[in-house]
Design a protein. Structure first.
Length: 165
């Protein structure tokens, strides 16, 4: 089945997505790819961008781009004690979905204030239906968890801040 979208259908789809709670959306046809990601941290604090790519010309993307404004957080993020030199970040080694516990209803691997050791599992990243345990590369105390449970994360994204010991 070949998927075709005309200009009006594309605008209706974008309007429906803008009014929904969908965090990630991908649609591919023979000659296009539409991806939407929102409420994910981006470089330099810029809002996420929705891109429509024309697959017939792989190096060029279609010029219209829709900037999707992230919704304001429900509460301000907690203040991080100390300066950046006082902590290290646990970062995502891959793209995936962040999980704080081994299974729904089970206790989280770590909480703010937890002491961790080298090799200790601190979270799970699910990628392509595989559950990958992320182990700490250093010892210390968790001072901030930056990602909500069940949230998609990008490669290199900070997941937690740790005060090393």
């Amino acid at each position: 089945m070949t998927m075709q979208l005309d200009h009006d259908e594309l605008h209706r789809l974008l309007a429906a997505l803008a009014d929904s709670d969908i965090q990630e959306f991908r649609l591919e046809g023979e000659d296009f790819r539409l991806e939407l990601r929102r409420n994910l941290p981006t470089a330099a604090g810029l809002p996420p961008v929705m891109q429509v790519s024309n697959l017939e010309q792989p190096q060029a993307s279609v010029s219209p781009q829709l900037i999707v404004e992230p919704s304001p957080p429900s509460s301000p993020p907690p203040a991080v004690p100390g300066s950046k030199a006082d902590f290290v970040e646990v970062t995502a080694p891959m793209v995936g979905t962040f999980y704080r516990a081994p299974a729904p209803g089970e206790p989280s691997f770590v909480e703010v204030g937890s002491r961790i050791a080298v090799g200790q599992t601190v979270c799970i990243l699910e990628a392509m239906k595989l559950m990958n345990e992320l182990e700490s590369e250093f010892s210390g105390e968790i001072i901030e968890i930056l990602v909500e449970n069940g949230t998609p994360v990008e490669f290199g994204q900070a997941l937690m801040r740790v005060k090393p010991s």
